[in-house]
Design a protein around this ligand. Structure first.
Ligand SMILES: Cc1cc2nc3c(=O)[nH]c(=O)nc-3n(C[C@H](O)[C@H](O)[C@H](O)COP(=O)(O)OP(=O)(O)OC[C@H]3O[C@@H](n4cnc5c(N)ncnc54)[C@H](O)[C@@H]3O)c2cc1C
Length: 479
């Protein structure tokens, strides 16, 4: 009987565990170790952050689901991984007691999501800084409270400055920030306060609408449309100002410091800011059987777990090499170790990076969205099951082959809400397969805005909660 340990119960880890349990049918042991005992549906935190959804609606306890599926749950924070043959184990601290627990494994899937690296930007973040975040549930709740307090000030007649976007030159997750800015706009319109707020989009994107994926492009009736035009018209229509090609370097109370592509240094004042931090890998320590720290051999410099990608290619070459993206998510040194979701090390950026004359690299990191994290979780589950059952991996899927779909909320009302429906194939351009400058299938790719998107976004929340609870037919709902 083999024992598979999955670290993390998020989009990637939870999906991996559900598929593993389904395929291995209790003939082998599946264990999930997570520092939180709930699954979190992060996409709905944009609504928590404006007070439109109760926080508890975005989470559910994982243990009852795992009990039903025959998965063992350990509520503990992983600290160390010992990967050498003969003594493969994880050391974790039990949540509550703090007691160290040792979990042996035959296969391990590293899926602990991102470490929110607020410290990379002095003054950033809700704990030690001056800005808000919607990247964790407690952060989204604090952001909501701060936002509602801001609304009270506006009601009393105060004019305020709101800044939303990325808080580091290398930050990702622009999509979540975009959803938040348009939801704030919509909420202020409803409250009759919109004229009291100056709203600015401040981001590290090379072009508006880049979203860290080199934009979205579609072709209909012979006309090619790009997300830049689309987002520009949304922002112009909503009266949202924008500043792109800018990396935030420091935040002080009420003041954001940034540098742009030209190397200019400037500041922007704010009363309320929600800026996405840089992400890094969770700080696990990897130790060999001699007791030496081998973390640097298993992680890239950002702390993300190395898998079967081709690392180190310069961007122009990487952009022409779809096969540089991993397909199996398997570590080359330790074939029984896999990574899924944000935790795996991508071979480089998807969007074009830029270094300004001061040497500051302004480059959105590649997003591994919920859908992609789930899809990779499924691929990893099949790979591990293949290894257990057949002794070899028969499947693989690169991000240059995956379709990404996203519905970006622009107001949650089912009467006058709005959302952009985005589909792109593939999520990472494949310029060998698709003979156009974007490396995408322009016919399948899709970009559309309307009320129906708001309905779909709402339905997605409940559909995915159903799926992630592993209820009847969960496998029929795609990641
Ligand atoms: C506000 C917001 C909105 C978003 N909207 C969308 C959207 O509309 N569509 C979309 O596709 N994507 C969206 N995303 C992105 C999506 O949520 C992430 O891509 C996805 O959550 C990544 O999955 P993951 O499993 O890698 O990480 P996570 O979902 O963060 O899961 C990580 C898991 O690891 C656990 N963990 C962490 N540290 C440890 C440790 N030391 N030991 C044990 N366990 C640990 C965590 O508790 C958690 O269970 C959004 C993100 C945000 C922040």
């Amino acid at each position: 009987m083999a024992k598979v340990v999955v670290i993390g119960a998020g989009f990637a880890g939870h999906t991996t565990a559900l598929y593993l349990a389904d395929r291995l049918k209790k003939k082998h042991e599946v264990v999930v170790v997570s520092n939180r005992d709930v699954f979190s549906y992060l996409p709905s935190w944009v609504w928590v952050g404006v007070g439109h959804m109760k926080p508890e609606k975005t989470i559910f306890k994982v243990k009852p689901v795992y009990d039903r599926k025959g998965i063992k749950f350990v509520h503990a924070a992983v600290r160390e991984i010992h990967p050498d043959a003969g003594e493969q184990f994880i050391l974790a601290d039990e949540v509550g007691s703090g007691k160290e627990t040792r979990i042996d494994y035959d296969y391990v899937v590293v899926a602990p999501g991102p470490f929110l690296n607020f410290a990379a930007t002095p003054g950033l973040g809700p704990e030690k800084g001056f800005t808000n975040s919607i990247c964790s549930l407690p952060h989204a709740v604090t952001t909501r409270d701060n936002y509602l307090a801001l609304c009270e000030r506006m009601k009393k007649g105060e004019n305020v400055k709101i800044v939303i976007g990325t808080g580091h030159p290398g930050a990702t997750c622009q999509g979540a920030a975009f959803e938040y800015i348009v939801n704030v706009h919509k909420d202020l319109v409803k409250r009759g306060l919109r004229d009291k707020a100056d709203i600015l989009w401040l981001s590290n994107e090379p072009e508006l609408g880049d979203l860290g994926v080199n934009g979205v492009q579609i072709k209909r009736n012979g006309h090619t449309m790009v997300s830049e035009e689309f987002i520009k018209s949304v922002f112009n229509d909503h009266g949202i100002r924008y500043q792109i090609q800018s990396g935030v370097t420091k935040v002080e109370e009420g003041k954001i410091h940034w540098q742009n592509y030209e190397g200019d240094e400037g500041t922007t004042d704010f009363d309320f800011a929600m800026l996405i931090p840089a992400f890094k890998g969770q700080p696990f320590k990897y130790v060999n059987k001699e007791g030496e720290d081998i973390t640097a051999k298993l992680n890239n410099p950002g702390g993300f777990f190395l898998v079967d990608g081709k690392y180190g290619l310069p961007y122009p070459e990487l952009a022409q090499t779809p096969e540089a993206w991993p397909s199996k998510y398997q570590n080359p040194t330790y074939p029984n170790m896999f990574a899924a979701g944000i935790a795996f090390a991508p071979p480089g950026p998807i969007s074009k990076p830029f270094t300004n004359k001061n040497g500051l690299l302004i480059a959105p990191a590649p997003p591994r969205t919920g859908m992609i994290s789930g899809a990779i979780g499924r691929v990893v589950a099949m790979n591990v099951a293949d290894l257990i059952e057949k002794g070899e991996i028969t499947h693989g899927e690169r991000m240059t082959e995956m379709v990404a779909a996203c519905i970006a909320s622009m107001g949650d009302s089912l009467w006058d809400g709005n959302a952009v429906t985005i589909v792109m194939r593939p999520v990472v351009p494949d310029r060998k397969k698709y003979n156009n400058p974007y490396g995408r299938d322009l016919f399948v790719s899709h970009l559309e805005m309307g009320l129906s998107g708001a309905w779909m976004k709402y339905m997605l929340h409940y559909t995915f909660m159903w799926k992630f609870k592993g209820k009847f037919g969960w496998k029929l709902i795609p990641e």
